[in-house]
Design a protein around this ligand. Structure first.
Ligand SMILES: Cc1cc2nc3c(=O)[nH]c(=O)nc-3n(C[C@H](O)[C@H](O)[C@H](O)COP(=O)(O)OP(=O)(O)OC[C@H]3O[C@@H](n4cnc5c(N)ncnc54)[C@H](O)[C@@H]3O)c2cc1C
Length: 324
C-alpha cells in the first residue's frame, strides 16, 4: 500500500512546505508498511523532483502537461484522484494551502474518503486511524478518527520536525504521469500573473518581522525592513496597518488575512488581539516588542521585550548583522 503525497511547485521547485509533507508522508508510510509516492503537477526538472527522495519518497509521478502549469483545483484534484487510483493509495497527504484545501475536498468526495484538514501531528495507526488537528483557529486540538478505507490528510506547516542535516541523501525515481484532463476542468483559466514584489512568500518564510499600529505610520517602516533584511525574513503586518494602506494587503496576517507558521515571528508594536493571534499561533517561536507591559501579545510570546520599537529594532538589526 502506498501513501500518496501531492507537492506544490513554485518556479519549478518543490515548495518547502511540500517537502515537509513528503517527510510526514514517508513517516506515515513506514508506520503503515507502505512506500511514499509523490505527485508533482506542472513544469519541473527531474533533478529537482528527485530531491523528494531525501525526504523519504521512493517515487515521483510527474505530470508535465502544459495545461497544468497554472493552479487549477478542478484539474489538479482530478489528477490526484487518478494518481491515487493508479497507485492504490489508501492515504493521501497534502500540505495545507488554499489550493490544497480545495483539491483535497474535491478528491475526497470523488474517492469517498474521510478528510481531515489542519493536521498537526503524525496519526495513530495502531488499531483505529486517529489524527490530531488544530481547531478554534489553533487555540485547541481535536482528535478525529477516520473510518473510511481511503483517508485524506491536509497537514499544517511544522507538523513534524525535519532535521535538514540528517536528510538521508536518497534520490527518488521520477516517472512520467499522464492524467486524463477534461475540458470541463478548464472553464476558467489563468491569463496572467502579477507577483507581489516581496522576495519571500509569507507562507513559506522561516522568519517573519511584522508591524502593527505601534509603528506609527508607513514612513517609519524602515527600521522593521532593515531587521527583516538582516535576518533574511519576510515582512507582515496587522489588519489595521493594511486597512490604512501603510503596508500592502498581501502582508495582512491574522484570522481574516494570511495564516503563517514560521520558525520565528517577531511582532513589533502589535497589541496581540485574538484575531491577529489566530494567524500566527502556528509559529515555533514568537518574539514580541511592545512598550506596554500589559499588551496581550506577551501572553502568547516565547520572548518579550518591553520597550520602544524605534529603540529596539536598530539594536536587533546591528546584532543580527554582527552575528553574520
Ligand atoms: C472580525 C474581525 C477580524 C479581524 N481580523 C484581523 C486580522 O486578521 N488580523 C489582525 O491583525 N487584526 C484583525 N482584526 C483587528 C484586531 O481586533 C485588532 O484591532 C488589531 O489586530 C490591532 O492591530 P494592532 O495591534 O496593529 O493595533 P493596536 O491595537 O492599536 O496596537 C498597537 C500596539 O502597539 C504598541 N505600541 C505603540 N507604540 C509603540 C512603540 N513606540 N513601541 C512599541 N510598541 C508600541 C501599543 O502598546 C499597542 O499594544 C480583526 C477584527 C475583527 C473585528
Amino acid at each position: 500500500m502506498s501513501v500518496l503525497i501531492y507537492v506544490e511547485l513554485d518556479n519549478s521547485s518543490i515548495k518547502k512546505t511540500s517537502l515537509e509533507a513528503v517527510a510526514y508522508g514517508a513517516k506515515v508510510a513506514s508506520q503503515t508498511g507502505g512506500q511514499a509516492v509523490v505527485l508533482a503537477l506542472g513544469k519541473a526538472e527531474n533533478a529537482e523532483l528527485e530531491k523528494a527522495g531525501q525526504y523519504g519518497a521512493t517515487k515521483v509521478l510527474h505530470a508535465a502537461d502544459g495545461k497544468l502549469e497554472h493552479e487549477n483545483s478542478l484539474a489538479f484534484a482530478d489528477a490526484l484522484v487518478q494518481a491515487a487510483t493508479q497507485e492504490g493509495s489508501k492515504i493521501i497527504i497534502l500540505s495545507k494551502s488554499g489550493l490544497s484545501d480545495a483539491m483535497a475536498a474535491r478528491a475526497a468526495a470523488k474517492l469517498k474518503a474521510g478528510i481531515v484538514s489542519g493536521v498537526t501531528a503524525l496519526p495513530e495507526t495502531n488499531g483505529a486511524f486517529k489524527v490530531t488537528r488544530a481547531i478554534f483557529t489553533g487555540k485547541a486540538f481535536a482528535t478525529t478518527e477516520i473510518k473510511s478505507d481511503i483517508k485524506v490528510l491536509v497537514v499544517r506547516k511544522n507538523a513534524i520536525e525535519i532535521d535538514e542535516s540528517a536528510l538521508n541523501g536518497g534520490s527518488a525515481t521520477v516517472e512520467a504521469f499522464q492524467p486524463a484532463l477534461r475540458d470541463s476542468d478548464f472553464t476558467a483559466s489563468v491569463v496572467s500573473i502579477e507577483k507581489a514584489d516581496s522576495e519571500l512568500s509569507l507562507t513559506e518564510a522561516e522568519i517573519i518581522v511584522s508591524g502593527g499600529r505601534g509603528m506609527k505610520g508607513p514612513e517609519h517602516w524602515q527600521p522593521l525592513i532593515d531587521l527583516a533584511k538582516a535576518l533574511g525574513a519576510a515582512t507582515g503586518c496587522s489588519k489595521p496597518v493594511s486597512d490604512l494602506d501603510w503596508r500592502p494587503h498581501h502582508e495582512h496576517i491574522g484570522q481574516t488575512g494570511i495564516k503563517v507558521a514560521p520558525n520565528l515571528y517577531i511582532a513589533c508594536g502589535i497589541s496581540g488581539a485574538i484575531q491577529h493571534l489566530a494567524g500566527v499561533n502556528g509559529s515555533k517561536c514568537i518574539v514580541v516588542i511592545n512598550k506596554d507591559p500589559e499588551a496581550p501579545f506577551f501572553k502568547a510570546a516565547d520572548y518579550g521585550i518591553v520597550g520602544d520599537v524605534f529603540d529596539i529594532l536598530p539594536k536587533l538589526t546591528e546584532a543580527a548583522k554582527s552575528l553574520k
